[in-house]
Design a binder for this molecule. Structure first.
Ligand SMILES: [Zn+2]
Ligand SMILES: [Zn+2]
Length: 1020
């Protein structure tokens, strides 16, 4: 079975027959079910991790559509931001922002747009290949006018509510990208194990001879920014006298730990820092007693430092966040070099020394450091040398720690003092937490994670000093420091005093929008937009407001729609039909502080309401060994490679079967195992097809419709076969189970139940036990009855798998389909469980039968008896069997001859005896009479003939002639059982070998009880 080739065929079938359009017609105007797509970054081809989420999205949308809900089927592309910029920079060979400016912002921004179009097209094709049904023509793009203008509206609302402000803060900064990285963009995985050189240095205590505070840092570049030292008020510190002579450190900088000098540090740390016996304690001091102690700074001679410090004296402050874990318990505070440092400087009114510029180079007034990159080895070496000259080095050592890096380019982040724009979060914190509680989070720990984030979040940094992104509509007056926020394109047009003509017809991006100037409403000065762009999370968080439109029309690339706004701004009634979304579905690592979070914030500000009712989160895709996939590691698997190798349905089955809380291990070994299971499912359909091919009398509309008709179904259930009734009961239970689980968005349980059904119930039991009725039925009527039941089961099973395995479902349906039936399985309604068809008692009985069978077969294996050898009897101890089944019910099969026959046939015994004296659950009578032996041989011969037929690729209806040659004894046995052999193998028997070897379809030499037997077949 070539999954890949068949899937291509089915894609073509769907397209040519407009199946998706027909589905949309079918559900149009029905009760809405609103799915909101989290946009995929249109920046690269898809990996296998993308396909996981897209499979869920497709599954639940298809499911809801089959249930008769109306859906928008809108896909989203995330377009703006640093991720795209960085890739374009790579493409163009750029090193930093200066290269972009030289190249020209307009050309650069156009390149970014081009890249988005290129990859959104590729991702669309890939998603279609996965079998995802979306209204691809009308995907939303976050770079569209309406998306950008909707954010303008949001920001204006923030301003009106007093939430928007410009703040000066020390923020994590990427020196390469030249932009601040906001708190929620630094995920756990952005912290890398890095070894830095840590320095212990000496700061002379003012007015005390030869006495130093001993301090430690891993960021020596921040030392010129030192303004204070922090100690914990409740910790014990000591003053010690050193007994160690100075020694050379391995970093070519001399250690200047001089014997006789006095040092102050945390008591806990003395042994670790000095080594036992290398010091003498002079006195113990509580941290709080150190408050206000003054000391001499390290770089006070630098112009930039002296200028800020003025008459300020370096001093010790108290801080409860000081820990005993690292360093000396005395923390170096550089107000411009760290977030907490900056906070403390505000609290304690400390001066703030601004160290670096946008490229993280030292600014003016830092002597030899000016213009040098703060993170460079050169700077580090210079500072160590300088400290040595000043005799301030205590020791230098390697220090391994987890250090934040840029999520885009992996550069180490360096804290920097900048002016950025923020949305204040304190006022929103409580309402957001209340809103989060109204949402159903799946898995439920999602709520705790979200609340935890909301509790700890800081103000939202929304500005980026970059090029490709939302143009923040903030106009700042340099003269009177007033700032204004523009809420729409219309408003900008009305307030424009300059540059509108140049902007007309353009998207609201840099550099075009920057041409427009307005007048300061306070002082009348002509003012410009700030050059910053917005964080792309603003783009993704606004989508509930910017993407809902009557015709799903997207303004992307349609200049005639420039400035026309989506339903939220024109037709609230229509918008409310789809808001809040019923369902969102994304991979959760990271999203609690990203997409889920920004959706909550933007919806809170605009509507005071939850943006979605149910959230379904899933984990991450890793490789087969459980390791993270990375391009650089060589273990990443691209979507195209996987789908052309194993097919979309196999991938989808891997995804839906996965428990979404755990990481999904993706690899080709797992795929092989999955494929094997799907083949079992396919074989059930092939079995039916084998006996009822296209030409079969049963493939008429009457038959097909009959099995669809409920009335007829009941008639069929009146048939005597308990096996039939049982599979119908199991199927209806399955329908109930799958529906219940999909209603809870539990795809793993739903698909698990389906798999159990088609392997355990359908393939291993129903079809196996029905084989005889298909191959050698008692009557045509009996065969037709069995066929109707199997047809009913297979058709409904196809409906159940349709949302999960859309290709396979279509493929098998096309073989079941008769005239007048819907042209595609995907146009069926979701099946409803027939309560009356579910028969508890029968299911329990069959479970008991199967339990006995498995006990008896285990016995056979234990005794080394081939199943093909008939035995006289199986003895059953009723009590023991009931116990072993771990059910409280009593054995209910004694009076059901059909069920007992099932056991007899399956275990291959002539009789069943209920006997209390049997020691275990079951016992086999292993005495072989000549008759039993003979029967065993005949069965053996039949099996070999069937095997020859199979090898020759024959179908059941093909008739053959069997040739055989053997000893007198065996010849007699075959002749005696001729009738049975002929019947069961659809053949004629010919004793002699009239043909030369090689003229047979198949032949083989076998041994029956040590006697040779030659068998061959040729067409009849
Ligand atoms: Zn970067
Ligand atoms: Zn002004």
């Amino acid at each position: 079975m070539e999954f890949v080739k068949n899937e291509q065929k089915i894609l073509k079938f769907w397209e040519e027959n407009k199946i998706f359009e027909k589905l949309r017609q079918k559900i149009k105007g029905k009760k809405p079910w609103s799915f909101l797509d989290g946009p995929i970054t249109a920046n690269n081809p898809m990996g296998v991790h993308h396909a996981w989420g897209r499979t869920y999205k497709d599954l639940f949308q298809r499911y809801k559509a089959m249930q008769g809900f109306d859906l928008r089927f809108q896909n989203g592309f995330d377009c703006q931001g640093l991720w795209v910029e960085v890739e374009v920079e790579k493409e163009l060979g750029f090193k930093n922002k200066k290269d972009i400016e030289k190249y020209g912002i307009e050309k650069f921004v156009n390149k970014c747009k081009e890249r988005v179009f290129k990859y959104s097209k590729i991702q669309t094709e890939q998603s279609i290949r996965l079998g995802q049904w979306m209204d691809w023509e009308n995907s939303y793009y976050t770079m569209s006018d309406e998306n950008n203008y909707a954010i303008w509206h949001f920001l204006k609302k923030c301003k009106e509510k007093g939430l928007l402000y410009k703040g000066r803060d020390s923020v994590p900064w990427c020196p390469r990208c030249g932009t601040a990285i906001s708190q929620h963009e630094i995920l756990t995985e952005e912290y890398k194990e890095i070894t830095h050189k840590a320095v212990f240095f000496k700061l002379p205590v003012s007015g005390e001879k030869n006495t130093f505070f001993l301090v430690w840092t891993t960021t020596p570049w921040t030392l010129p920014g030192n303004v204070a030292l922090a100690v914990h008020p409740e910790f014990e510190y000591v003053m010690v006298k050193s007994k160690v002579k100075s020694q050379n450190s391995k970093f070519q900088v001399k250690s200047q730990n001089e014997s006789g000098e006095k040092y102050i540090l945390l008591k806990e740390k003395v042994d670790e820092v000095f080594g036992k016996g290398n010091y003498e304690v002079i006195k113990t001091i509580m941290g709080k007693e150190l408050k206000g102690f003054e000391y001499e700074g390290l770089f006070d001679e630098l112009e930039a430092v002296a200028g800020v410090l003025n008459s300020y004296k370096h001093k010790v402050i108290l801080w409860k966040e000081v820990t005993e874990e690292e360093g000396t318990g005395i923390v170096h505070i550089a107000s411009g070099g760290g977030r907490e440092d900056f906070q403390l400087s505000k609290e304690h009114k400390l001066p703030v020394i601004d160290l670096t510029d946008g490229d993280s180079n030292y600014g003016e007034g830092f002597g030899e450091l000016t213009g040098k990159f703060a993170g460079s080895d050169e700077v580090r070496t210079w500072i160590f040398k300088n400290l040595e000259e000043k005799r301030k080095v205590f020791k230098i050592e390697d220090y391994k720690h987890r250090y934040p890096t840029c999520w885009r380019c992996k550069s180490e982040l360096i804290f920097r003092l900048v002016e950025e724009w923020y949305i204040a979060m304190d006022k929103l914190r409580k309402p957001l937490m209340q809103t989060a509680k109204k949402i159903k989070w799946i898995p439920s720990f999602g709520l705790e994670r979200e609340l935890d984030w909301l509790k700890n979040m800081q103000d939202w940094l929304i500005s980026k000093k970059r090029y490709w992104g939302l143009a923040l509509p903030i106009y700042e007056c340099k003269k009177c420091s007033n700032f204004e926020v523009i809420g729409s394109r219309k408003e900008l047009g009305e307030k424009a005093v300059e540059g509108w003509e140049e902007f007309e017809g353009k998207s609201p991006h840099r550099p075009w929008v920057d041409k427009v100037k307005i007048k300061c409403s306070k002082c009348g000065e002509i003012i410009s937009r700030i050059p910053d762009v917005g964080t792309p999370w603003l783009d993704a968080g606004i989508v509930p407001f910017s993407t809902i439109n009557e015709e799903n029309k997207s303004s992307i690339n349609r200049s005639e729609l420039r400035g026309e706004m989506p339903s939220y701004f024109r037709d609230k009634k229509y918008w409310k039909k789809w808001f809040p979304a019923d369902f969102v579905c994304e991979s959760f690592p990271g999203q609690f502080k990203n997409w889920f979070y920004v959706l909550l914030v933007q919806s809170q500000v605009l509507e005071g309401k939850e943006p979605f009712c149910t959230l379904f989160g899933y984990s991450t895709v890793v490789d087969e060994k459980g390791e993270e996939m990375h391009k650089s590691k060589g273990n990443a698997i691209w979507f195209n490679e996987a789908v052309e190798k194993i097919g979309a349905d196999v991938m989808r089955w891997m995804y839906v079967k996965q428990n979404p809380v755990s990481n999904l291990r993706f690899g080709y070994n797992v795929a092989r195992e999955t494929k094997r299971k799907i083949l079992t499912l396919l074989n059930c359909y092939t079995f039916f097809e084998t006996y009822f091919s296209k030409n079969s009398e049963l493939k008429t509309p009457t038959f097909a419709e009959a099995s669809l008709d409920r009335q007829k179904l009941k008639l069929q259930l009146k048939t005597k076969s308990l096996l039939d009734k049982w599979i119908v009961s199991r199927l209806n239970r399955l329908i109930k189970r799958v529906t219940g689980n999909l209603d809870k968005f539990d795809a793993a349980r739903a698909s698990g139940a389906i798999e159990d059904f088609f392997i355990e119930d359908l393939s291993l039991w129903y079809i196996r036990r029905s084989r005889q009725r298909f191959q050698n039925p008692e009557s045509e009527e009996e065969r037709e009855k069995a066929a109707s039941v199997l047809y009913y089961v297979l058709l409904n099973l196809a409906k159940l798998i349709a949302p999960m395995l859309p290709f396979l479902a279509e493929e098998v349906y096309q073989k079941l389909k008769a005239d007048k039936m819907p042209s595609s399985i995907h146009l069926y309604d979701w099946p409803k469980a027939e309560k009356k068809a579910i028969d508890e008692k029968l299911e329990e009985q069959m479970a008991q039968v199967r339990n006995i069978v498995s006990l008896a077969l285990a016995k056979r294996t234990e005794l080394g008896l081939r199943v093909r050898q008939p035995l006289a009897s199986l003895k059953i101890n009723e009590k023991n069997v009931t116990k072993s089944h771990d059910r409280e019910k009593t054995l209910q099969i004694k009076n059901e001859p059909e069920l007992l026959t099932l056991i007899k046939e399956e275990v291959n015994v002539k009789n069943i005896v209920f006997d209390e004296k049997v020691k275990e659950e079951v016992e086999l009578d292993i005495k072989l009479t000549p008759e039993l032996k003979e029967e065993g041989y005949v069965r053996e011969i039949i099996r070999h003939i069937q095997d020859l037929r199979k090898k020759a690729g024959l179908i059941p209806r093909d008739r053959v002639i069997i040739y055989y040659a053997s000893s007198e004894e065996l010849n007699k046995l075959i002749a005696k059982n001729k009738k049975q052999i002929i019947e069961q193998t659809k053949s004629k028997l010919a004793k002699e070998n009239p043909k030369r070897k090689g003229e047979f379809l198949q032949q083989k030499q076998i041994k029956i009880e040590n006697e040779n037997l030659w068998l061959a077949i040729s067409p009849s």
